[in-house]
Structure formats: structure tokens, C-alpha cells
Design a protein around this ligand. Structure first.
Ligand code: PMP
Length: 284
């Protein structure tokens, strides 16, 4: 495998950044993940504009033009011979003697990796439905910025894994679901209404979430962009999560409580199908 590191392509096994990279010492950086279909990037523009926003919010300089970045992503995909999988981009505030305050005139560090994924595995899980567990959301107040500060997310995902579950569904101090540890969360509530939390809340503005919102409208599905509680999720007809790497993943049990009839529901199944069809078709 090959990684892009600050302008050069290196063997993945010994690709390194400096010990005083601010990503390493302060989690002072942001990232994006694109899914790759047939060697092409899904929703290049969507992830690119969120990247620009994350960098701007943190006052990290934009490291290269959109065109140059597209080329680096493509070249990393090509060198790793990825047909289907993901490409990961990380931009940090760069390397400087350790000091909490920002360094001056330090170029950002840029790392890109790509890996192949077996689409059939995801399809098999989606056909069966995945397990979820709930976990308190202990993150900071700017979850709209896609930073590499993922320790609370990692702790939640680990708690899920230790209970044999695929995803941790996070909830706030009011018992309302915020999002998943690496996904946005949705339900079809007991009245049959599709719901997902609005992005005025402290959550990530998922690119997959945004794409699904458009498809929901095109499909004529009624939507209520409004928070739901853990209890409502457990009583829901359907629960599912969305992300660039897992598309639309039905959740068929939550903390061991069966959701609906314990099988992927019609809305999640339909949205996965139309999302994948569109993402493939529009990949560049
Ligand atoms: N929420 C969180 C906390 C995430 O980490 C992710 C994926 N990185 C998502 C939601 C889904 O976002 P996207 O659809 O842009 O992958």
C-alpha cells in the first residue's frame, strides 16, 4: 500500500509524520472520508466543501486547490489499485515546537490513504441488519467540525464492539439521540414518520445525510427533521444510520431491544438502494 504524505508518495508501512505534528499532540486537524466506486470518488464536492468549512472554522490554511486535491485523491486510489473502498484525507495545523497557541507560518500537514473494502460484506450486514447500543454523548461543543479529536467516538465504538454491536448511538443529557459514533442516526417513528436530528444541534452535518435528505424528497417520503429520544428509537418501526463508509445501515436491535419486526425496514432498504445507485452513477 502507498500513502501520500506532504507532497510525496511513500510505502504505507513506513509513512510517517513528525512527533511534533499538531495532529499528534493536540488533535489539531480535520479529516474527510470519500467512498470509492469503480475507482471513482463519490460526492467529491460535498466532502470538499465540508473540508473547507472545517479548515476555515479552525483557521487552518487550505493546503491546496480543489483540483490539486482531487488529483492527489485519485492518484492515491490508483496507486493502491482501489476499485471499491474509501479514501481518507487528513489535514493538520502542521509541525511546530509544542505550544498550545497556533504556530506562525507553518504549512499544514496533509496525509492521504486509500483502502479497498469488500462491498459484499456490507451488503450482507445490511440485508440482515446490524445491532446498536446507546451511549452517552460526551463530546465537545463543536461536533460540526470534522476534527481528528475522536477519542469520545472511539470509546463509544469500543463499548459497542464489546457488546457485540456495530454502532453506538449517542444521546445527550435529555436522553435525546444526537448521532452515531461515526454515523448520523434516523428513525421511522411509531407514526411512520421519518425523523433525523436537525443540524442546528451539536452534530456533524453528514454528507450522506444531506444526500439522503434530497432522495427522501424525491421519493415523496414525509420527513420530520426533529430530535428523537432513545425511548422513541426503541419503539420505532425502523432505525438506521448513514455515513460515507456504510451508506445506509439498518439497525435492528438497540440495547438488545428488537426494532420493529427485527428485520431491515422498507424505508431503510429503499433509501440504501437509491443512495447506492445515485452515488455510483455520480461518482467522478
Ligand atoms: N457523524 C459522525 C460523528 C461521523 O464521524 C460521521 C462520519 N465521519 C458521520 C456522522 C457521517 O458523515 P458522512 O455521511 O459525511 O460520512
Amino acid at each position: 500500500r502507498i500513502a501520500y504524505v506532504n507532497g510525496t508518495y511513500q510505502p504505507h508501512n513506513n509513512a510517517t509524520v513528525h512527533i511534533e505534528d499538531r495532529g499528534f499532540q493536540f488533535a489539531d486537524g480535520v479529516y474527510e472520508v470519500w467512498s470509492v466506486f469503480d475507482g471513482k470518488l463519490a460526492d467529491f464536492e460535498g466532502h470538499l466543501s465540508r473540508l473547507a468549512r472545517s479548515l476555515t472554522e479552525l483557521r487552518i490554511p487550505i493546503p491546496m486547490t480543489a483540483q490539486a486535491l482531487g488529483q492527489v485523491l485519485k492518484e492515491t486510489i490508483r496507486r493502491n489499485r482501489v476499485r471499491n473502498g474509501i479514501v481518507y484525507l487528513q489535514v493538520t495545523r502542521g509541525t511546530a515546537p509544542r505550544d498550545h497557541a497556533f504556530p506562525q507560518d507553518t504549512p499544514p500537514s496533509v496525509v492521504v490513504t486509500a483502502k479497498s473494502l469488500d462491498l459484499r460484506k456490507g451488503e450482507a450486514l445490511a440485508a440482515k441488519g446490524a445491532a446498536g447500543v446507546t451511549h452517552p454523548d460526551i463530546r465537545w461543543g463543536r461536533c460540526d467540525i470534522k476534527t481528528v479529536g475522536l477519542l469520545p467516538n472511539a470509546l463509544a465504538k469500543q463499548a459497542a464492539r464489546e457488546r457485540g454491536a456495530y454502532e453506538a448511538i449517542l444521546f445527550d443529557e435529555m436522553g435525546m439521540v444526537t448521532e452515531g459514533s461515526s454515523t448520523n442516526a434516523w428513525i421511522v417513528d411509531e407514526n411512520g414518520r421519518l425523523r433525523t436530528r436537525d443540524t442546528q444541534a451539536n452534530i456533524l452535518r453528514g454528507i450522506t445525510r444531506a444526500a439522503i435528505l434530497k432522495l427522501v424528497e424525491a421519493e415523496g417520503i414525509e420527513l420530520d427533521e426533529r430530535a428523537f429520544s432513545v425511548e422513541e428509537a426503541k419503539r420505532a418501526r425502523e432505525v438506521f444510520v448513514t455515513a460515507a463508509s456504510s451508506f445506509v445501515m439498518p439497525i435492528v436491535s438497540l440495547d438488545g431491544t428488537r426494532i420493529g419486526d427485527g428485520k431491515p425496514g422498507p424505508i431503510a432498504t429503499r433509501l440504501r438502494e437509491v443512495y447506492l445507485e445515485q452515488a455510483r452513477r455520480e461518482a467522478i
